[in-house]
Unconditional design. Structure first.
Length: 472
């Protein structure tokens, strides 16, 4: 079969997490042919792949959300939308909670909207915005609303107007723009669509927008509504929705996904890959590490502040932040400045590394994210037999404490952004070699029995096979 994987903000530009998941999926299914439709934030990422692409990945189609910055439109012409087309676009722009995406996808693909920038400078768009502002946004200045919504909609229009490869199955690894593209594949070619949602995309965008400086207060709700609307498209079109743990399933149902579509399939790791790892040199102090990208959603600043707490009690400890920092250089510089302002010694940013060169040397691992799905970093750390301190996000509680099993605790779970509790939990582990060994062993047994790479791959092989057989 030919499978089109649609990925946003991940593979093949960024390592770890969802990207590692995609790479493993493709590599372990040589019997299938894969195409990647990759959506990246900036055109400067074009062709800068962080992975050696598997031989059965035959095409990579690239789309860039910042292309709208380089496009102007011609003001004042008429596109001549009919009544249904106008209503469809109005429901999209207005964040309609019960939007029917079939007419929306039809009008987005209509030749009349071939030049997206021209449409968003047309009298038709002006009329739609005028009606919406009168009905829904009276408190917002019209000019600001006009240009804000244009900046929201134009990346979507440019993305859906790009060439969409034909495939036997469309598989999106998030909602959002990727979910709309996969939905368009089903709409256009009448082929099955699968959605795997690692985290809850719309909730993650909401958290980012609430904290963002570039969005004025009264526009935050507009942006948040828009991303929830995009997510509704994938839930509506997907034949099967895969989630990683039960709490995510509950949230998807709350957001409007039909319960009968949802199936839980946990991630997995190759436990045997973490045998015989190199250990730290004899006589070294405590080594504490985070397997993490240096980006705001991973809340590296809280991790750094927790290290300061640890330093008071374990002054010789070393801290390794193991992961790429190029994705958000401004945030990376802020983290370096925080380390300097705290006068914190022994904090090492390793950049991108082979984690197997480092993970066996760690005494304790930390994850301080403000949002996660089922973090691969935690599974890998457990497979290496290491105890964890994590924030209470995603499936971390399930991973460390278990669900209906008696393997025992594999670490501590603390509230989000609470650096004091993270620090105290790390100190507790640093003081007890027995506890570190027991928790590490518990995690290893849980992964070995419940989160294997073989089970993860077999689940998806069976899923793909079922849709292939259904087609035949």
């Amino acid at each position: 079969m030919r499978i089109c994987l649609v990925a946003e903000g991940s593979y093949p530009y960024i390592t770890g997490g969802v990207s590692s998941w995609i790479h493993a999926l493709i590599r372990n299914m040589p019997e299938h042919e894969f195409v990647i439709y990759a959506i990246a934030a900036e055109r400067k990422q074009k062709g800068k792949f962080k992975y050696e692409l598997p031989s059965n990945l035959v095409e990579v189609h690239e789309g860039f959300l910042d292309d709208f910055l380089r496009i102007d439109g011609e003001w004042g012409h008429r596109v001549r939308l009919d009544k249904e087309e106008k209503a469809a676009l109005k429901s999209l722009i207005g964040g309609d909670e019960h939007i029917d995406w079939k007419p929306v996808l039809s009008v987005l693909g209509d030749p009349k909207l071939k030049n997206a920038a021209d449409f968003l400078m047309s009298k038709d768009y002006f009329d739609i915005m005028s009606e919406l502002c009168l009905e829904k946004y009276r408190q917002i200045p019209f000019t600001e609303m006009f240009w804000t919504v244009r900046s929201m909609i134009l990346p979507l229009l440019l993305t859906v107007r790009a060439t969409l490869p034909e495939a036997d199955i469309y598989h999106s690894v998030s909602t959002g723009y990727a979910g709309v593209i996969a939905s368009l594949g089903k709409h256009k070619y009448q082929k099955p669509m699968i959605l795997t949602e690692h985290g809850i995309y719309s909730r993650e965008r909401e958290e980012e927008i609430i904290k963002a400086d570039w969005v004025k207060g009264y526009f935050k709700d507009v942006w948040i509504e828009y991303f929830y609307t995009l997510s509704a498209c994938a839930y509506q079109y997907a034949d099967q929705v895969i989630t990683l743990f039960n709490r995510n399933k509950e949230i998807q149902i709350e957001l409007g996904c039909a319960e009968e579509k949802i199936q839980i399939m946990p991630n997995g790791v190759g436990v045997d890959d973490f045998n015989s790892l190199p250990t730290k040199p004899e006589g070294e102090p405590m080594w504490i590490g985070g397997l993490v990208r240096v980006v705001p959603i991973k809340d590296i600043k809280t991790m750094i502040q927790s290290f300061q707490i640890v330093k008071y009690e374990v002054p010789d400890a070393k801290f390794f932040i193991m992961g790429p920092y190029e994705e958000d250089l401004e945030y990376y510089q802020e983290c370096l400045s925080l380390v300097e302002s705290l006068q914190l010694k022994d904090v090492i940013f390793t950049g991108s590394v082979n984690i197997k060169d480092y993970i066996g040397k760690m005494d304790v691992l930390v994850l301080s994210s403000i949002s996660e799905g089922q973090p691969l970093a935690v599974l890998e750390g457990m497979a290496a037999g290491k105890p964890f301190v994590t924030t209470d996000v995603g499936s971390c509680k399930e991973l460390l404490f278990g669900v209906d099993d008696d393997y025992g605790s594999a670490g501590y779970v603390v509230p989000v952004m609470n650096y004091e509790q993270i620090g105290q939990a790390v100190i507790t582990l640093c003081r007890s070699e027995r506890q570190r060994r027991e928790m590490g062993a518990n995690g290893l047994e849980r992964v070995r029995n419940r989160y294997t790479n073989a089970a993860f791959i077999n689940n998806y092989k069976n899923l793909y096979r079922s849709y292939g057989e259904e087609k035949r």
